[in-house]
Design a protein around this ligand. Structure first.
Ligand SMILES: Nc1nc2c(ncn2[C@@H]2O[C@H](COP(=O)(O)OP(=O)(O)O)[C@@H](O)[C@H]2O)c(=O)[nH]1
Ligand SMILES: [Mg+2]
Length: 439
């Protein structure tokens, strides 16, 4: 089952409603709990998270610029991000990496992925095959190094991995050196000893543990065990693409002392991402960049300077400026879902997008003077025909736009001259309910 889909459904139930009360929040939390536990997030973590969401949603002060629905969505988002751990920043200097992990976790594949990643960052990479356990392990990495296009080092037939590493270090001149090590079927003393021997020679700046997302919450236990024996700088979580337990793996690693550094999302060398919990949660919730969108909404509500509107004439030109500002928020569909309107039918979103695009074309076909003074357009068939032709719209559409614009102008005039109305408007804007008329 898709964790993201279920999470989105749980949130949609809430965001479809006009008001959010205590029962709504409790029901949402119940849904969230079910979803998280089914993706193997530990019960302990789930309950701690539920408690925090409930407390914050019902007790913490809501920001004026947010509606109640946005307030709850924001809290769920923030708490999920904190459950899934800190985002990672990959280092881009010269450094040496040791990869460790159990059999089949995806070490060798992930070595190639890291090689690909650093190559795309403009660094040269050397791959070192120091898995002397599995017969074909060296060939596997050599093959991958050819595909990615990096240097490759090993000593065929050598049984001592530390020797291979020592020899590679003598020859390698690359910026980033990545050492693949042997796994074991379980975490044991032999594995620790071997890793320590390699680390003594390599002196790695980074030591990544490779863990498959399939392990779910056991991933955290493994990270804790490894970390105690060989200090880890991060965990490379693989197979995020095929596992329903990804949420459990990420949250349990985040709760251990280790950090998630990279995630593998497929079998190809390019299927790698630097771990970003905001992005991960945003994707789960169906809004890829929810954090950035929140910031922008806040900024824009600050920017909506009421005094400015009060003193400024509304012209097609200034309307166009506002249109462009609104477009900065991103595609309308994500703007709609941000303001809680997740169930807006696709056709309607599309219609609004199309309408905005048409407006833009019409405005672009107007002269400077027309943009400043819409009155000269009114009932002027010649000008309307010219704009329709220039913008690829029908004359009827141009007339519709002009009449909508006129309505807005009237509203603005009322706004300027009527204190009561102005107060109402101010309140409405603070609640974030800024509706484009007739859209
Ligand atoms: N779908 C998917 N498969 C992966 C990923 N990472 C590794 N694999 C597969 O997992 C298997 C074991 O990988 P390998 O690198 O040989 O594991 P190692 O024994 O730890 O070196 C291979 O079939 C890989 O293609 C991933 O992120 N997604
Ligand atoms: Mg391997």
């Amino acid at each position: 089952m898709d964790l993201g889909k279920k999470l989105r459904e749980a949130l949609a139930k809430l965001t479809n409603r006009p008001y959010v009360d205590e029962n709504d929040v409790r029901a949402l939390i119940k849904d969230l709990q079910r979803v998280l536990i089914s993706s193997d997030v530990s019960v302990k973590l789930v309950f701690a998270l539920s408690k925090r969401i409930e407390e914050r949603a019902l007790k913490s002060k809501k920001m004026d610029a947010l509606t109640l629905k946005e307030h709850v969505t924001k809290i769920v988002y923030e708490e999920l991000v904190s459950l899934m751990g800190e985002s990672y920043t990959a280092r881009l200097d010269k450094h040496k990496i040791l990869m460790s992990g159990l059999y089949g976790s995806g070490k060798t594949t992930s070595c190639a992925k890291l090689a690909h990643f650093y190559k795309t960052k403009g660094l040269s990479v050397g791959l070192v095959a120091a898995d002397t356990d599995r017969p074909a392990a060296q060939e596997q990495l050599e093959q991958l190094s050819k595909t990615v296009g990096t240097a490759f080092y090993t000593i065929k037939g050598e049984k001592n991995p530390a020797k291979i590493v020592k020899d590679a270090l003598k020859k390698a001149k690359e910026d980033v050196i990545i050492v693949d090590s042997a796994g074991r079927s379980a975490f044991d003393g032999h594995l620790v000893e071997e890793l320590r021997e390699i680390a003594d020679v390599l002196k790695p700046e980074e030591c990544y543990l490779v863990i498959s997302a399939d392990l779910g919450q056991i991933a955290g236990k493994q990270a804790t065990e490894f970390n105690a024996a060989v200090p880890l700088s991060g965990v490379f979580v693989t197979k995020m693409d095929g596992s329903g337990k990804g949420g459990g793996a990420l949250s349990s690693v985040a709760a251990s002392n280790a950090k998630i550094s990279f995630v593998g999302i497929g079998e190809k060398s390019s299927d790698i991402e630097v771990y970003n919990s905001e992005k991960f949660v945003g994707r789960l919730l169906g809004v890829p960049d929810i954090g950035a969108l929140m910031e922008k909404i806040k900024e824009i509500s600050k920017e909506t300077d009421l005094k400015k509107i009060e003193s400024e004439e509304l012209t097609i030109e200034s309307f166009y400026e506002q249109l462009k500002a609104a477009k900065k928020l991103g595609p309308l569909s994500s703007v709609f879902s941000m303001i809680g309107a997740v169930d807006v039918p696709k056709e309607m979103v599309q219609q609004s997008e199309d309408k905005l695009k048409k407006f833009e074309c019409m405005i672009n076909s107007m002269t400077k003077q027309e943009k400043k003074d819409a009155k000269i357009l009114k009932n002027n068939a010649n000008r309307i025909a010219r704009i329709a032709k220039g913008s690829g719209c029908t004359e009827k559409e141009v007339r519709e736009f002009l009449s909508q614009f006129e309505k807005m102008e009237k509203m603005m005039n009322m706004f300027k001259h009527n204190r009561g109305f102005r107060k109402k408007m101010e309140k409405m804007m603070q609640g974030g309910n800024v509706n484009l008329p007739n859209m």
